[in-house]
Write a protein that binds this ligand. Structure first.
Ligand SMILES: [Zn+2]
Length: 76
């Protein structure tokens, strides 16, 4: 009996990229985005992160400071 049902190979299942913005199926033109609009949204986010605004706040430099307070070692 060669009654094999046509089972598609695993590779046949194409992984459709979802639009990271609205999670719709992306189009070939704007993939992985579904539209140019979403592509721009993502691009905007990227640029925002890229152009990181320099803050006045200095980087925290806490390197094992505060020796003494809350110390478990006692003398006595
Ligand atoms: Zn989208």
């Amino acid at each position: 009996m060669t009654d094999r049902s046509t089972t598609p190979p695993l590779r046949a299942v194409r992984i459709e990229a979802k639009c990271p913005i609205c999670e719709k199926i992306g189009t070939a033109e704007f993939r992985p985005f579904c539209s140019k609009r979403c592509a721009n949204v993502d691009l905007g986010r990227w640029l925002k992160e890229g152009y990181r605004v320099e803050t006045d706040e200095a980087p925290t430099e806490d390197e094992g400071g505060g020796a003494g307070l809350g110390s478990t070692s006692r003398t006595g």
